[in-house]
Design a protein around this ligand. Structure first.
Ligand SMILES: Nc1ncnc2c1ncn2[C@@H]1O[C@H](COP(=O)(O)OP(=O)(O)OP(=O)(O)O)[C@@H](O)[C@H]1O
Ligand SMILES: O=P(O)(O)O[C@H]1[C@H](OP(=O)(O)O)[C@@H](OP(=O)(O)O)[C@@H](O)[C@@H](O)[C@@H]1OP(=O)(O)O
Ligand SMILES: [Mg+2]
Ligand SMILES: [Mg+2]
Length: 374
């Protein structure tokens, strides 16, 4: 039996080799193929303009040269979808502008649950860092020092938890100093793929007892505590290990997360990202967004092949998924996708309503949509 007749779509992908290895799995290629979507590797050694034709270019490549190539390709092929726009992605490469967008979301009063970001300041001057008066800056120990730039390099993930003044002098600006918020050692990673939203729990840094601050050494370095190491990625218990099931930490209300996800998606003009959320144990139902990542590790999501394929299908057929509401009828019927279907339909509310119809929705809708082409 040959391929079914009809329109086929070409999705070109430009990814670093590590990303390609994790994301472009044979299962994804096959599920996409069944839906008439061919995933085609873009050769980064050759000019993009000489490759294709593509209906969609999917990319996570950093740097001015790649941006130039995309702009050139887009100028010659104006109908090709570029997911996502390099300008929109750029905002996530700086940890101040990254979280600024969270504070700009329009929030409707809601008694039960609220969100924000931790207090943070940027420090640019290496000479000034040891002299900083945290109290004057509205911060207190412990703080997390994060590289200001989040450009995907190993360096950009190297952080330290700073317990006291002595720990400050070791830091290498430009950095962000962010209030460390006790959150019970659990982080929520909220994956967004267009309108699809999935929240998983992961392990995080343990709480710090403020009374012990004096007895602790000055700082502790760490990197990607909520991610998997290479060994873990190869093991069979893959999903189990990631979805930290401590049996006691409830995930935040899904309607709340879906509203934040939608607000962020529209405000940033991005389709593919995740955001990290912690629950402030001092306040209870206050959630803080601490990180937003472009095109994260989707292969760690159960059924990612179907979620991503449905997303490609939607944008290729409609041009812009944001133009319509959650379309349950668009999802297929395999057992895997029935689970996805449930997740999407539950995404609106604790009960069974769709997110966009929820009367207590904590976010105002923003009507100005960003186009997805460069
Ligand atoms: N303000 C905070 N309060 C408490 N814990 C925090 C805070 N910020 C970060 N953390 C902890 O540090 C980890 C790393 O921080 P962050 O997510 O900002 O780094 P990242 O390197 O960008 O992570 P990712 O791998 O998700 O890109 C978080 O997963 C969380 O465990
Ligand atoms: O996309 P890359 O491979 O580079 O790595 C991304 C990584 O995904 P991976 O675990 O599949 O590698 C993501 O993990 P999850 O949030 O999904 O756990 C997160 O750490 C991103 O920040 C990383 O992107 P970067 O910030 O470095 O650009
Ligand atoms: Mg993170
Ligand atoms: Mg990050």
């Amino acid at each position: 039996m040959g391929e079914p007749m009809g329109r086929r779509f070409a999705v070109g992908y430009a990814l670093a080799s590590k990303k390609q290895a994790s994301f472009i799995q044979i299962s994804l290629i096959n599920v996409a193929k069944e839906k008439s979507i061919d995933l085609i590797k873009i050769d980064l050694e050759k000019p993009l303009i000489e490759q294709g034709p593509f209906d969609l270019v999917l990319h996570k490549i950093y740097g001015a040269e790649w941006r130039k190539q995309l702009a050139e390709y887009s100028a010659v092929n104006p109908n090709v979808l570029i997911i996502d726009s390099p300008d929109a992605i750029e905002r996530l490469h700086n940890r101040i502008s990254m979280l600024q967008v969270v504070t700009e979301l329009n929030v409707v009063q809601c008694d039960t649950v609220s969100f924000g970001i931790p207090k943070q300041i940027a420090v640019y001057d290496a000479r000034a860092v040891g002299e900083l008066n945290l109290e004057r800056e509205g911060l207190k120990f412990p703080v997390i020092a994060k590289p200001l730039v989040a450009d995907g390099s190993a360096k950009s993930h190297k952080m330290s938890l700073v317990y006291n003044r002595d720990g400050l002098s070791k830091l290498k600006p430009p950095i962000v100093l962010q209030e460390f918020v006790n959150h019970g050692g659990v982080i929520f990673k909220v994956y967004v793929v267009g309108e699809y939203v999935k929240c998983v729990k992961r392990k995080s840094l343990p709480d710090v007892n403020e009374e012990n601050l004096g007895s602790l050494k000055c700082s502790m370095s760490f990197s990607q505590v909520s991610n998997l190491n290479n060994m873990e990625r190869c093991q069979d218990t893959y999903y189990k290990m990631m979805d930290l099931d401590d049996g006691k930490t409830e995930i935040p209300p899904m309607n709340f997360l879906v509203d934040i996800a939608r607000g962020l998606r529209r405000a940033m003009g991005l389709h593919l990202f995740n955001f990290d959320v912690i629950r402030d144990t001092r306040i209870g139902n206050r959630y803080l967004v601490i990180d937003i990542n472009y095109f994260p590790g989707y292969a760690k999501m159960p059924c990612y092949e179907h979620v991503l394929t449905d997303f490609f299908w939607d944008v290729l057929n409609d041009g812009n998924t944001d133009k319509k509401d959650v379309n349950l009828d668009g999802l297929k019927q395999s057992s895997c996708e029935q689970e996805v279907r449930m997740l999407v339909s539950n995404a609106g509310c604790d009960e069974d309503n769709g997110a966009s119809k929820h009367p207590m929705s904590p976010l105002k809708r923003e009507e100005n949509e960003n186009p997805i082409q460069v």
